[in-house]
Design a protein. Structure first.
Length: 262
C-alpha cells in the first residue's frame, strides 16, 4: 500500500504548524519594527528591520517546505481502493463497525460512498469534504450515537401500496391472497422514472428494508401484516436484495407479502 492519507496529512499538518510558528515570530518582529518607528527609536529601528527581514525569510522557507511536502497523489489513492482499505482499517482500530459491500461501505444505519472525482465522501445523501481517515471514522461514530431517523410507518405504507399494484397485475385469482412479490419488482415500481434509481439506489432500498425489519413495525394502518421473505439460495443475483447487517452479517431479501391481521 502507498503511504497512507493519514500519515501524509499528519506530516503536512506538522509542516503547517511549523509555518504557523514562523508566522507568529514574523508578526512579533513586525510589531517591534512598527513600535520603533512609532516612537522614533532609531537605534532599535535598524535592529528590528533586520529581525523582521530574517523572520520573513524564515517564514517563506518554512511555507515552501510545507508546500513541497504535500506531494500526495490523491486521485490515484481515492480511486484505486487504497483509501477504502484505509477507512476500513482505521475503523477496525477505532472500534467502529464499518463493512464493505458492492461499491459502498455500510456503517449502520448509513451507506457510505467514496466520490474520487469530487474529493468527497457521500454519507447517505450528504457530502463530506473532510477525508482524513481518523477524523472521518470518528464522525461516523458520532453519527451512530444519535437516534436512528427512519420513518418505518411511512415506508411500510409505501411498500403496501406498491404491493397492491403488483398483485393486481397478476389477475383476480391472486387478489386477496398472500402472494409473495419479488422485492426487485417492488423496487422497480417505486422508481419507475428515468434517473430515479440513481436518486434511490438498490442498496438504499435494501438498507431501508433492513431498518424496517429491525424496527418492529409490521402492521399497516388498515391492519395488513407484512412479511419479508429471505432468499432461499436458488434465485439469481439480480433478483435478490443483499444487505450487510449492523454486525457485519450478510442478509438477503427476496420477496414481500401482506396478509390481513387477525
Amino acid at each position: 500500500m502507498a503511504v497512507s492519507l493519514e500519515k501524509a496529512l499528519a506530516k503536512t499538518e506538522s509542516d503547517a504548524d511549523a509555518a504557523f510558528r514562523a508566522a507568529t515570530t514574523t508578526v512579533s518582529s513586525l510589531k517591534k519594527f512598527r513600535a520603533a518607528a512609532h516612537s522614533g527609536d532609531l537605534r532599535e529601528l535598524r535592529k528590528t528591520i533586520e529581525a523582521a527581514d530574517q523572520a520573513i525569510t524564515a517564514l517563506r522557507q518554512q511555507f515552501a517546505n510545507a508546500k513541497e511536502g504535500w506531494d500526495f497523489d490523491e486521485e490515484a489513492y481515492l480511486s484505486g481502493g487504497d483509501f477504502l482499505s484505509e477507512i476500513l482499517q482505521t475503523a477496525k482500530q477505532m472500534g467502529v463497525k464499518v463493512f464493505e459491500q458492492d461499491d459502498r461501505l455500510y456503517c449502520y444505519p448509513f451507506l457510505v460512498r467514496i466520490l474520487p472525482n469530487e474529493r468527497a465522501i457521500l454519507i447517505d445523501k450528504k457530502r463530506e469534504r473532510g477525508l482524513r481517515p481518523s477524523i472521518f471514522v470518528n464522525h461516523l461514530r458520532e453519527l451512530q450515537n444519535k437516534p436512528v431517523r427512519f420513518r418505518s410507518e411511512a415506508f411500510l405504507e409505501s411498500l403496501c401500496s406498491v404491493y397492491r399494484t403488483a398483485v393486481k397485475t397478476r389477475g383476480k385469482d391472486r387478489q386477496g391472497k398472500a402472494a409473495v412479490i419479488p422485492l426487485m419488482e417492488i423496487y422497480g415500481l417505486l422508481t419507475p422514472l428515468p434517473g430515479q434509481s440513481r436518486e434511490y439506489s438498490r442498496q438504499e432500498f435494501g438498507r431501508d428494508l433492513y431498518l424496517l425489519d429491525q424496527s418492529g413495525v409490521t402492521t399497516t394502518r388498515d391492519g395488513k401484516l407484512v412479511s419479508l421473505h429471505a432468499a432461499r439460495g436458488n434465485e439469481s443475483v439480480s433478483r435478490v436484495i443483499p444487505i450487510v447487517t449492523r454486525d457485519g452479517q450478510m442478509k438477503r431479501y427476496y420477496g414481500i407479502s401482506f396478509t390481513q391481521e387477525r
